[in-house]
Write a protein that binds this ligand. Sequence first.
Ligand SMILES: [Zn+2]
Length: 92
Amino acid sequence: MKKPVKFNTYCPYCRKHTEHEVERVKKGKTTGLHWIDRQKARRSKVGNRGKFGKVPGGDKPTKKINMRYRCKICGKAHLREGYRAGKFELTE
Ligand SMILES: [Zn+2]
């Protein structure tokens, strides 16, 4: 999969579409915990961990690609949920 380095997309800080530059990051981090994480934390203290106690399955054949989107207008960066792709390239 190929993706351009610069493209127009929504900036949550400017609240409109602006030009963004992308850079790859090792680990994506979306804001806060999701409800499944809170549920996991609650269950991990005592007793049977239920569905979270299972041994996780095998690895998926592809990994999610995490990218940071930096707005060229305000200079702030935001993250988005990564998506899966085998090969990944950033083009000019
Ligand atoms: Zn912005």
